[in-house]
Design a protein around this ligand. Structure first.
Ligand SMILES: Nc1ncnc2c1ncn2[C@@H]1O[C@H](COP(=O)(O)OP(=O)(O)O)[C@@H](O)[C@H]1O
Ligand SMILES: [Mg+2]
Length: 214
């Protein structure tokens, strides 16, 4: 596929949304208007599913939770991400398929191969070109979340062991795919993280000819 798919992964409060906004602004300065979206969400149906998934009053079992994520993903990929990539756009997605492997796999304990199959069904085999992993002690991330405005969602409220397993799984995924992942120390200040993330993204943009070579 032409275009570039960049995904932002990490635990709660690790700074994904902050860094996505900063890197999108850097692209815009170069005249590249990225398509910015998020998971679960990004279409009316998928945003509806997001509301169900993050509602603390709901208690879906692990398989139902995974299928809801995949349903939202399937629609986002088909209706938004693939058309944008086909048009040569840079797509920046706040969470993508690795989140399922980390949360429903690491966190909930579902089988990794099974989840990878479900991911493939939802994405049609689409894989990110670059995945920025914001790696952080979950206690630090959750403390940031607790200080930010707005209530804690259903996943924020999972116990510390759950968040520790999510982090471990993310790190294992990054080790298994070092060509796609860039792991960043999310305890660094936002400005430093922006520079590190931009270095990784800029290299990809150059490789694809989306910005001229230096
Ligand atoms: N590098 C950072 N250091 C300290 N606080 C940060 C950093 N990045 C983001 N924050 C703050 O932490 C909170 C969570 O950031 P956010 O980008 O929403 O994380 P995420 O999208 O990964 O949940 C926000 O209040 C944000 O201002
Ligand atoms: Mg966020």
């Amino acid at each position: 596929m032409p275009g570039l798919l960049v995904t932002f992964e990490g635990g709660e409060g690790s700074g994904k949304s902050t860094q996505l906004a900063r890197l999108a602004a850097r692209c815009a300065e170069l005249g590249i208007e990225p398509l910015v979206t998020r998971e679960p969400g990004g279409t009316p149906l998928a945003e509806g599913i997001r509301g169900l998934l993050l509602d603390p009053a709901r208690r879906p079992g692990p398989v139902a939770e995974a299928f809801l994520m995949e349903a939202a993903r399937a629609e986002l990929v088909t209706d938004v991400i693939r058309p944008a990539l086909a048009g040569g756009r840079v797509v920046m997605c706040d969470r993508f398929d690795d989140s399922t492997l980390a949360y429903q796999g690491g966190g909930r304990g579902l089988d990794l191969e099974q989840l990878a199959d479900w991911n493939r069904a939802a994405t049609g085999g689409l894989t990110p070109d670059l995945t920025l992993l914001y790696d952080l002690d979950p206690a630090v991330g959750l403390a940031r979340r607790a200080q930010a405005p707005g209530p804690l969602n259903r996943l924020d409220r999972e116990p510390p062991e759950f968040h520790a397993r999510v982090r471990e799984r993310y790190v294992a995924l990054a080790r298994a795919a070092p060509g796609r992942f860039v792991v960043l120390d999310a305890a660094l200040p936002p400005e430093r993280l922006e520079l590190l993330g931009w270095a990784a993204l800029e290299a990809q943009l150059r490789r694809r000819g989306l910005i001229p070579s230096a």
